[in-house]
Design a protein around this ligand. Sequence first.
Ligand code: C5P
Length: 280
Amino acid sequence: MKTLSFMAPAKINWSLDVVGKRPDGYHNLHSIMQKISLYDTITIEEAKEDRLICDAELPTDEENIAFRAWLRLKEELGIGTCLHLFLHKEIPVAAGLAGGSADAAAVLNGINRFFRLDLKEDKLERLALSLGSDVPYCLMHGAAVAQGVGELLRRLPILPQYHLVVANPGFPVSTKEVFQAFSLAKVALHPDIEGLEEALLAGDIQGIGQLMGNVLEQVTLERCPQVAQLKQQMASLGLFPLMSGSGPSVFGLAWDQDAAWQAAQALAEDWPFAQAVHTL
Ligand code: C5P
């Protein structure tokens, strides 16, 4: 039987700024997004009926964005074959790490290869955006500057590899609720995204640590004191911490791999998820 396995890497936001609210309720962003070495794995195989099999407590019908990605592609292209999709989750769910978006993008890319569809980038991007605002970025490799709701993407040149710790307090946060509670008027300081881009290109860890910023922290930190605790603990371990996306995951930029490994070990004693990763 024909099968294919592929990995879906998580993302963090080196910086996340909100620059306006659109009439449809969505927010225009300015963000630097980065893929990291924390992966879900998806295997697809031809089958008699379409089915998603998942080893985490997630919906396995069309509610699941990975399954929806397959069904949408199938319908749009009139594909007659059915597939079983096996989804192995490592990325914490509803955690600000774009786990669902990563799975959906990996399904689009994987099925493009599986059936040799030769779909062009713009078609994949359009399908991706119809699934969620982080999905177009998740189709790409490396780091990118995202604007609009996430559909205007500028790929960054290959960056130095950075070592991070990603940790999570073990409960989900709804992106929708965070954006609903967010107030642009309350943002005292917008992150300097251009300065951060320069620091990232230069491998300037101190500069990156000082310039990283996420305006959604104002909402999630207030609602979830654990996120503030996690940030504080990371700082005391010598990391530069920032919440990723709408949270509650926090990443900490480390000086080197050894520092990331040691900090991850210490954090794993207090938190349900803490892992040393590197940028891709
Ligand atoms: O696009 P996605 O389904 O990931 O977004 C989840 C929710 O987050 C949206 O329904 C919207 O309320 C909010 N959102 C937003 N502005 C964005 C992205 C998401 O307001 N740029």
